[in-house]
Design a protein around this ligand. Structure first.
Ligand SMILES: [Zn+2]
Length: 435
């Protein structure tokens, strides 16, 4: 693998020329080795030689998850003997897709995470408590593991065990950092409050958060982020990763966007018609990962909604930053004329007294428009609680969904229905006529 470690601090112009070289290489490699891309390019009359620079990227077709679902193994660009590991997406949006990694791809993953962690100030001597899934075909846990090891830090690979086990290990092994999903930390926090022992009293200096956004579009903490930062101070670093692209982004100490690694990925933001958007404009995140051997992807539409920032960060790095993930494209709702993402409702519910858990369900009403039912798990079940929930949703999320209050155990069952690896907090039962 070409290691452009110095891309961290080089100028935008130098980054462009590195990316140009890598884009041309990626297109050539995909055409020569992936039967999917060979077929796709041939059908469009496109040749790798037509791509001479970044400006030509718009000539290239997009790839989406459905393309992989339709013919997963046509994306394989190495022989089966050269596969080092197979991972999969969670399958919360349709069938899971499998991604095969070569040995070099695993090394690339470690390089990505090692650099990301170094942006948060992690160094040799730090001990990290990894509280995310490290098995079950999950890429993130192993990526963090390898990245931390590469950086010279020590790792405690616990995974998502029960809270007591976490506390016992934290007290015993005294980690300096934690990798976890934000809602897990929030849950742990409540529990730690009950026990009278806060994590910050246990010597934790950094919390690296994955899978859920902790910031608003202006980078202030959202309710989930506030809950965590109010308790621990500004020690949280947000990251964003995508299994299919084998790539992740991470905040630096300025917490003003998530850094990309320019030699590992090219970032675009596009509108609903696929047109490229400028800095700050909100649209879908499209990624072209570089230097992948196993399953290269070109212009992969992530389905995640955010924006990009190209001007250099205060930390001195010129790599493109992405904003917080504001929602999932396919989850966009239009309720009585108001456009919103389920995440807005979820954010409004965080930290509300009496809300144990919840599930949002969208369906198409008789009037052919989007409707929402919000099921809240709570031990309070009275009119006053319902009224205060409705008032709060109207104020914070600008919606008044139908709200049902049911037993938290019942919600728990619905969240993990069908053995889902992730809690399904949004269930989409709308009619889909088009993408
Ligand atoms: Zn920065």
């Amino acid at each position: 693998m070409k290691n452009f470690d110095s891309t961290d601090m080089i100028s935008g112009g130098a980054i462009k020329s590195i990316q140009e070289e890598l884009l041309i290489e990626t297109i050539r490699y995909a055409y020569d080795n992936s039967s999917y891309y060979r077929r796709r390019f041939d059908s469009l009359g496109l040749l790798p030689s037509h791509i001479k620079g970044i400006e030509d990227i718009q000539k290239l077709p997009f790839t989406n998850k459905e393309n992989i679902q339709e013919d997963n193994w046509a994306f394989l660009a190495i022989t089966r003997q050269n596969i080092a590991e197979i991972v999969s997406t969670t399958g919360t949006t349709g069938d899971p897709v499998f991604i095969a990694l070569s040995h070099n791809d695993l090394e690339r993953l470690a390089c990505n995470e090692g650099r990301s962690f170094s942006y948060t100030g992690v160094k040799r001597g730090d001990i990290f408590h990894i509280a995310v899934t490290c098995d079950n075909l999950f890429i993130a846990g192993i990526a963090y593991y390898r990245g931390l090891i590469k950086l010279g830090a020590s790792v405690v690979r616990i995974g998502p065990q029960n809270i007591i086990r976490h506390f016992d290990l934290i007290k015993e092994l005294k980690p300096t950092g934690i990798v976890a999903v934000p809602s897990f930390i929030a849950q742990k926090l409540c529990r730690s409050g009950e026990n009278g022992a806060y994590l910050k009293d246990l010597g934790i200096e950094k919390i690296v958060l994955i899978g859920e956004s902790i910031r608003n579009a202006d980078f202030s903490a959202n309710p989930l982020g506030s809950l965590i930062e109010d308790a621990f101070g500004k020690m949280c670093y947000s990251t964003y990763g995508i299994t299919e692209g084998q790539v992740s982004f991470c905040e630096c100490e300025f917490h003003h966007g998530l850094h990309s690694h320019p030699d590992l990925v090219l970032v675009e933001i596009v509108d609903a018609n696929g047109n490229t958007l400028s800095d700050g404009e909100v649209g879908e995140l499209v990624l072209t990962p570089f230097q992948i051997e196993g399953m290269p992807l070109i212009r992969y539409k992530t389905g995640d909604i955010t924006f990009k920032i190209s001007k250099p960060c205060l930390c001195g790095r010129s790599s493109v930053l992405i904003g917080p993930i504001l929602g999932r494209k396919h989850h966009k709702l239009k309720v009585r004329g108001v456009t919103l993402y389920p995440q807005t409702i979820e954010n409004a519910l965080i930290g509300v007294k009496g809300v144990v858990n919840y599930q949002i369900e969208a369906y198409t009403g008789d009037d052919q428009t989007d409707h929402i039912v919000l099921r809240v798990g709570s031990y309070y079940n009275n009119g006053d609680f319902l009224t205060s929930l409705n008032d709060m949703l109207r104020a914070k999320a600008r919606v008044t969904p139908e709200v049902e209050i049911i037993h938290p155990m019942e919600i728990e069952k619905r969240l993990f229905e069908g053995g889902s690896r992730k809690a399904i907090t949004f269930k989409d039962r709308r009619f889909k006529l088009y993408e």
